[in-house]
Design a protein around this ligand. Structure first.
Ligand code: SAM
Length: 246
């Protein structure tokens, strides 16, 4: 785990949290991605013990609660996000932990039916350790579902002459997040790194989704400088994995 990066990102998320209140939460997987109502990756969560990694303002946990999950657990780096989630879910028995996902803050092992992460997992400074933690939290046969920005998306930029592949796809590791005014350090992992890390950790990959859904409603909601229309038409924005613990 990179402590300097974690501290920078925590400060940033504590400041920007209100801007992201309720954004990127189930049934949405990410900008211009197909939704859970269409994909049905979770199936029924009724009676299940679920854990949200990078739970943000708690809106995905609320979706789980509304769909009958038996236990709601969430973890997030940001104090602001955890207190927003606590407020949103104050009428439930949610258990929230303020912690980097790279560490286990005291979560039970071999316990959860479902662990998921909606647009948070790629922030990790240690993918292998984070996946190892998730694997330990799950019961055998438990399901792990996560969405993240597609690794090609940050490599390609819009220019007046069209799309430009301006960073090497081969290059992995930390980079400065340019879409915010606050300093934040993101991590670049290739698609094969996600696949191989999942397999090496002991997950079976059930499904990967890279499709985009471009509707007038989504264009008016999600279109901005980063999710630029001509780029979104050609480059996948979001990647979704569904896995199972062996
Ligand atoms: C886009 S938000 C997630 C939104 C959330 N899925 C929801 O349903 O509202 C990304 C979250 O990742 C969290 N985060 C960033 N780095 C993290 C880390 N290393 N460990 C845990 N959470 C982290 C941020 O604090 C932020 O709340």
């Amino acid at each position: 785990m990179n402590n300097d990066t974690i501290l920078i990102n925590k400060k940033s998320w504590d400041e920007v949290a209100p801007r992201f209140y309720g954004r990127t939460a189930l049934p949405e997987y990410g900008p211009f991605a197909p939704e859970e109502t269409e994909l049905k990756l979770f199936g029924s969560v009724r009676g299940k013990k679920v854990l949200d990694i990078g739970c943000g303002s708690g809106h995905s946990l609320k979706y789980m609660n509304d769909n009958g999950a038996a236990e709601l657990w969430g973890l997030d780096l940001s104090h602001s996000q955890i207190s927003a989630a606590g407020e949103l879910l104050k009428d439930t028995n949610v258990k929230l932990f303020q912690s980097p996902m790279e560490l286990n803050p005291g979560l039970p092992q071999t316990y959860f039916d479902v662990v998921y992460s909606i647009f948070s997992l790629g922030w990790t400074t240690n993918l292998e350790q984070t996946l190892k933690n998730v694997h330990e939290y799950l019961k055998p046969g438990g399901v792990f579902i996560f969405s993240w920005e597609h690794p090609l998306f940050s490599r390609i930029q819009n220019t007046d002459d069209g799309l430009l592949f301006n960073k090497s796809y081969h290059e992995e590791g930390p980079y400065d997040h340019q879409a915010w005014n606050h300093p934040a350090i993101m991590q670049q992992y290739k698609v094969s790194t996600y696949i191989n890390s999942l397999v090496d950790t002991g997950f079976k990959i059930i499904k990967m989704v890279e499709e985009a859904r471009i509707t007038d409603e989504l264009i008016s909601r999600d279109h901005n400088r980063w999710y630029n229309w001509s780029k979104v038409q050609s480059v996948p924005t979001t990647i979704i994995f569904k896995c199972e613990k062996h």
